[in-house]
Design a binder for this molecule. Structure first.
Ligand code: NAG
Length: 228
């Protein structure tokens, strides 16, 4: 009974035109949605995800390096999805943003990436590039998939299906640098669910944290990787 009720609730999170809305708030337009509700993304089980190409639309010579999703969408309307599930920024030479020691004004899948010169000790940001994890419409078409893996369940802090762990635990079964990832909820009759996903990209894998959910519990997921 509780499960059915939860599924019904979850279904209300799902916008009929996935991919075109920044906010999913179809049910009670008059009430102020909670943060968790607003950030909820619907994850279709048939959907898989890949990284876009790298984008570098700005350099730090002005007020900083502005690689916002809204600007990038204007400039590259067909190459980035409107609602990415993940974002990654590195310097042009490939150093992960979080390893540079610089302070970021924005770095999330909704805003994209902004490094402001005024926030830096040395007065200037590095030049960064960004990429986004997007649904299959933005990926190339032929994918060879691994089998499905399910190494964790959400009884602890969440469901952790990291590529690093899966590679260690399943030697020889996953390629070194997957290009695609697909996750789906296990033992669920509904084909989609509305958890707020923490990590979902082909480089790191998939993580759903219980703390990010309205009801403090993720579904149990399985993942597979696309290796060509
Ligand atoms: C899973 O991977 C993370 C980081 O890649 C590591 O810290 C952790 O110890 C691994 N867990 C297991 C059970 O191997």
């Amino acid at each position: 009974m509780i499960k059915l009720w939860t599924i019904a609730l979850v279904v209300t999170f799902v916008s009929p035109s996935f991919g075109n809305h920044h906010q999913l708030n179809p049910v009670h337009p008059s009430s102020e949605p909670s943060k968790a509700f607003r950030e909820t993304r619907s994850i279709f089980s048939s959907e898989y995800y890949c990284w876009t190409q790298w984008f570098d639309r700005d350099d730090p010579s002005g007020t900083g390096d502005w690689e916002t999703l809204s600007d990038l969408l204007k400039q590259y309307p067909n190459e980035i999805c409107p609602n990415p599930v993940d974002v990654e920024a590195t310097t042009l030479s490939g150093t992960p943003a979080k390893q540079t020691g610089e302070v970021f004004y924005k770095y999330d899948k909704t805003s994209g990436f902004v490094c402001r010169n005024e926030d830096q000790k040395q007065g200037m940001c590095s030049d960064y590039r960004v990429r986004f994890s997007c649904p299959s419409a933005y990926c190339s078409e032929k994918v060879c998939w691994t089998e499905w893996f399910d190494r964790d369940n959400p009884s602890g802090t969440g469901d952790w299906e990291l590529l690093s762990n899966l590679t260690t635990e399943n030697p020889g079964k996953i390629c070194e640098t997957p290009q695609y990832i697909q996750a789906k909820a296990k033992s669920l009759l509904a084909s989609f669910i509305g958890d707020n996903i923490y990590i979902y990209n082909p480089t790191q894998g998939f993580v759903c944290r219980n703390e990010d959910q309205t009801f403090k519990k993720c579904w149990d997921y399985e993942v597979r990787f696309g290796c060509c």
